[in-house]
Design a protein around this ligand. Structure first.
Ligand code: NOJ
Length: 554
């Protein structure tokens, strides 16, 4: 990539000089979870200067963009997805000047920088919510949120029967007896998007960050903003029928919000983007978020949730390519995030059809060698699919979750709300190992850690893998380089006949064979192996189970 400095805003060109206008269509985006990436001041929590120091690692991977999870002022009741001030950086992460430096440092390396936007709810100490708490019912301040009187003679029953995404009651009562709605936890009150003041505020927030040079926004809970008028009771779990049928998800007016935001971004140079994090069950409904006048991309949740199941993966691939293609959008592919068990752990679990919500010390433990083999196989398949791909920090190292975090060290609200029944998401959020020794493996200089690293992270540290043939890091670099060289991101997929549980397809000149079955598969003669998911993938002309290869005709 080269950086064209002749224009006002950064313009990114392919190394071969071909200009891509819609860079995001085949981009690879690397997610940074700032608490856990790198800690420059030694307080045990990652920060923006830490990201800048380690940015060359991301640059050397060969990705196109970095998406940074929230760094805004926050009480961290939900890892920063509870925002107190949308226009400032939490001191634990740094300052606005640090953020400006990060944008510049990313652009210097031809990396675009995407930030997170959390429009469904604020933190409960957001100035608006504090004002609402001391204001009377029906006041302007209360109307920015969803306050209602309770049911029953003294209003002691919540206004309806909704539960949060974590299964507890979605309403909290305030001192004067009214209740407020929160689809997540009680410290995350839902905003009232029927109120124009909320719209205006978020347009202004978008402009604030666009003016600072960010290249786009990952939009949190993108399907949740509108709740059906009247807030009718809902007999199912919160996420059931999340495709427009339930009163809390995927309501029609949300699309006007994204059309308005699309227009705002279009006023800025440099092809800036919106990415939907929308839990919408039907892929056709998800595709509506990425129609040409709305967002540019949506996380492919069905693909991620297909797990290590060849039938479900093929179905997710076919359906998403079809429905997204029908609206002129490209598909995104994602296997890991800060909300999900890392694939190395998930795919190594003894029972793939019954994965717990986070793996803790009380759960069956994964076989991480098997999990890593499968994770690499799935990744190699994913990176050959046409469209954009999202990677989560540490997956390029083959990190497993820390599945042995003691209950006393847990942080995720999901653990507490379930009274410890679910381990939650801490396991995938553990600080990154940069070097193979020292108390925090190079995460900082002091050894302080907000979540404990497991023992096996030492041998998986970046420094231990650089230049080591066959290491997961070198495997990712190779895959990303070849994906670019063979322009797979902008190619197309055609399936090739294959045995059951084997996914085989052609994309441009590359044939991809992912053997997710229990038996070896014979490779046809006359093809060279471009890349294999690991050194044991192929022997005697056979592709072994839980491995993937990219082939080209010799
Ligand atoms: C999705 C985010 O990825 C997750 O971490 C967060 O808990 C919820 N949205 C609520 O904001």
């Amino acid at each position: 990539m080269t950086h064209d400095t002749t224009a006002d805003a950064p313009i990114f060109c392919r190394q071969d000089g071909t200009h891509t206008v819609e860079w995001w269509r085949d981009a690879v985006v690397y997610q940074v979870y700032p608490r856990s990436f790198a800690d420059s001041n030694g307080d045990g929590i990652g920060d923006i200067r830490g990201i800048i120091r380690r940015l060359d690692h991301i640059g050397a991977l060969g990705v196109d963009a970095v998406w940074v999870s929230p760094f805004y002022v926050s009480p961290m009741a939900d890892g920063g997805y509870d925002v107190t001030d949308y226009r400032d950086i939490d001191p634990m992460f740094g300052t606005l000047a640090d953020l400006d430096d990060l944008v510049a440092a990313a652009h210097d390396r031809s990396l675009r920088l995407i930030v997170d936007l959390v429009p469904n709810h604020t933190a409960s100490n957001h100035p608006w919510f504090l004002e609402a708490l001391v204001s009377p019912p029906e006041s302007r301040a209360r109307q920015r949120y969803i306050f209602r009187d309770g049911k029953g003679p003294d209003g002691a029953e919540p206004p309806n029967n909704w539960t949060t995404v974590r299964g507890d009651r979605a309403w909290t009562r305030v001192d004067d007896g009214q209740w407020y709605l929160h689809l997540f936890n009680t410290a995350q009150p839902d905003l009232n998007w029927h109120n124009q003041e909320v719209h205006a505020e978020f347009i202004s927030i978008l402009r604030f960050w666009l003016d600072r040079g960010v290249d786009g926004f990952r939009v949190d809970v993108a399907a949740g903003l509108y709740k059906e008028n009247g807030l009718p009771d809902w007999p199912y779990a919160t996420f059931e029928y999340s495709d427009g049928k339930s009163p809390m998800w995927d309501k029609e007016p949300v699309h006007d919000v994204y059309r308005a935001w699309h227009r705002v971004l279009a006023e800025y140079p440099g092809d800036r983007i919106l990415i939907a994090e929308a839990f919408v069950q039907q892929p056709e409904r998800l595709a509506r978020y990425i129609r040409s006048d709305e967002m540019q991309q949506a996380f492919n949740m069905p693909f991620m949730m297909a797990g290590y199941n060849p039938g479900a993966l093929r179905e997710a691939i076919d359906t998403s390519l079809e429905v997204n293609g029908a609206v002129g959008a490209t598909t995104s592919w994602v296997l890991n995030s800060h909300d999900a068990i890392r694939t190395v752990s998930k795919f190594g679990m003894p029972c793939l059809s019954d994965i717990p919500r986070g793996i803790g010390p009380h759960d069956p433990q994964p076989d991480v060698a098997l999990g890593l083999r499968r994770a690499r196989a799935a990744t190699l398949m994913m990176l050959a699919l046409p469209g954009a791909a999202y990677l989560y920090q540490g997956e390029e190292l083959g990190l497993p979750d820390n599945t042995l975090i003691p209950d006393s060290a847990r942080n995720d609200p999901g653990f507490f709300v379930s009274n410890g029944a679910y381990a939650g998401r801490d396991g995938c959020r553990v600080p990154i190992p940069w070097i193979g020794t020292g108390p925090s493996l190079g995460f900082n200089d002091t050894g302080r850690l907000w979540l404990p690293q497991p023992e096996d992270y030492a041998k998986l540290a970046v420094e231990q893998q650089i230049g080591v043939p066959g290491s997961t890091l070198e495997f990712y670099r190779d895959a990303l380089r070849l994906r670019r060289d063979f322009v797979l991101g902008s190619g197309s997929l055609s399936w090739v006949t294959s045995p059951e549980k084997v996914l085989a397809f052609d994309n441009r000149t590359v044939r991809v064979i992912a053997n997710l079955s229990e038996s070896p598969v014979a490779l046809t003669a006359g093809a060279d192996i471009l890349l294999a998911s690991d050194e044991e993938a192929v022997s005697g002309g056979l592709l072994h189970p839980d491995h993937t290869v990219w082939l080209v005709h010799s």
